[in-house]
Design a protein around this ligand. Sequence first.
Ligand SMILES: O=C(O)CCC(=O)C(=O)O
Ligand SMILES: [Fe+2]
Length: 210
Amino acid sequence: MLEIDPKQQLFPEIITMMDGQPMPDAEVIVYQKFFNALESDQLFQELLNGINWQQDKVKFNEQEIGIPRLTAWYGDEGKSYSYSGMVKHPSTWNPTLLRIRSRVEKVEKVNFNSVLLNLYRSGKDRVSWHSDDEAELGKNPIIASVSFGETRRFQFRHRINKTLDRITVNLTHGSLLIMKGSTQHFWQHQIPEAAKSLKERINLTFRIII
Ligand SMILES: O=C(O)CCC(=O)C(=O)O
Ligand SMILES: [Fe+2]
């Protein structure tokens, strides 16, 4: 007869609750105040001034249009990343990024080898619906997302089950959001446009490029 270890869960079902609703097919964790206020203020300033922010452009109807945010890409040498038809070559890690990364790796015991940074200059800057499901991230990517500055609404929608409501999470100064497991297969996310008067927000998504 087949021996079954009672401690082994045969059909692990991870139920994620977000915004008071169950989030099937996802593994998402949010830690508000992962970095305390003082530390967050300091890290925000260091990133604002010390990152090599770029205005990326996309071709649209034969016209080049700036995407609605500034970005930067840092990581281990050779870990290039293609996204929205662009190939990004990483800049070399700096001490601020290494400090943030090592804190994140204390809760998620993996080695992140790259980070994509976004600077939302006002509430008008945004990122539209997408999944982080590029081939170089592997089958079930783990993404650790750290936010500083203005609070913005981060929304999820299920890609297949349209009966599920949208889920909204406020990502505050010093928060950490983890997405892993099948999250990117089944869910898309966005930062919707908000009031122009909103101040700057910086987001870092640590990733593992295979
Ligand atoms: O700014 C955020 O919180 C999300 C950014 C994002 O989804 C991405 O860069 O892939
Ligand atoms: Fe994303």
